[in-house]
Design a protein around this ligand. Structure first.
Ligand SMILES: [Zn+2]
Length: 208
C-alpha cells in the first residue's frame, strides 16, 4: 500500500447575512470555513468534506452565528461530525437525513475523464470542459490519477478495479461532439464558414 498521504486544505465560502449597520460601515468579514483532509484516504475524510458542503447551503444570520459555527466546525470535523450535526440543527437539518448524505454509496462519475463530473454536485473532477486547456488538464490528471472522492461535496467515486475509475457507460454523440469541440476549438469550421466556402465555389462556377 502506498504510504504517501497528501493533506489538502479545502475551503468553502459561506453565505452570511450581514446586518444593515455592518454593510453601511463597509465592514468586511472572512466567511471561509476550512477543513484539512487526507486526499488519499476514504473515511473519515470524505465525511468532513460532505459536512462542509451541506453547511454551505445555510445562510448564517450574522457574523456572530457564523464565527461560532466556524470555530466549532474547524475543530476536528472528521471525528466530531455527529456532535457538530447535533449542535447545529439550523444548519444541517435532521441528523438522520444529513447522515444519509454523509454516507451515500459510491457512484460512477458522469462523463469520461478528463472531463468527468461528480455525480452529486456536478462539479468537474479534474478540469472544466472547454475552459481548462489540454496542457493544464494533463497536469491535473497526472497530479491526481486516482481521485477517491469529490473535493467539493465528498461524494465517493466508484472504481471498476484499483486502476479504473467507473464512469457513466452511455455516451451520446452530442456529448462526444462537445468534447471534441472543446479539444480542438479552432479547428472546427463553423456552419457560417462552410456556407461561405460553398457560396464562393458557386460564384467561381458562374464566372467560368
Ligand atoms: Zn461533488
Amino acid at each position: 500500500m502506498n504510504a504517501e498521504t497528501s493533506i489538502v486544505t479545502l475551503a468553502r465560502s459561506m453565505e452570511v447575512a450581514y446586518s444593515a449597520l455592518d454593510a453601511e460601515a463597509g465592514l468586511f468579514y472572512d466567511t471561509t470555513v476550512r477543513v484539512k483532509v487526507h486526499a488519499d484516504r476514504y473515511y473519515p475524510d470524505y465525511v468532513a468534506v460532505t459536512l462542509l458542503w451541506l453547511a454551505s447551503d445555510h445562510i448564517f444570520h450574522g457574523i456572530e452565528e457564523f464565527t461560532r459555527f466556524r470555530d466549532d466546525f474547524e475543530d476536528r470535523p472528521e471525528e466530531r461530525y455527529q456532535q457538530i450535526m447535533d449542535s447545529w440543527p439550523q444548519v444541517f437539518g435532521a441528523t438522520e437525513k444529513a447522515m444519509k448524505k454523509l454516507f451515500a454509496p459510491v457512484k460512477p462519475v458522469v462523463k469520461r475523464p478528463p472531463w468527468s463530473l461528480c455525480p452529486r454536485c456536478h462539479k468537474p473532477v479534474w478540469a472544466e470542459e472547454g475552459t481548462v486547456d489540454l496542457r493544464e488538464t494533463r497536469l491535473l490528471l497526472k497530479a491526481r490519477p486516482h481521485p477517491l472522492w469529490c473535493r467539493v461535496c465528498g461524494q465517493r467515486f466508484e472504481y471498476a478495479n484499483s486502476d479504473s475509475l467507473a464512469c457513466s457507460s452511455e455516451f451520446s454523440i452530442k456529448e462526444t461532439m462537445a468534447t471534441l469541440e472543446s479539444m480542438f476549438p479552432t479547428e472546427q469550421p463553423s456552419f457560417e464558414t462552410l456556407q461561405i466556402e460553398s457560396g464562393h465555389d458557386a460564384g467561381e462556377a458562374d464566372n467560368g
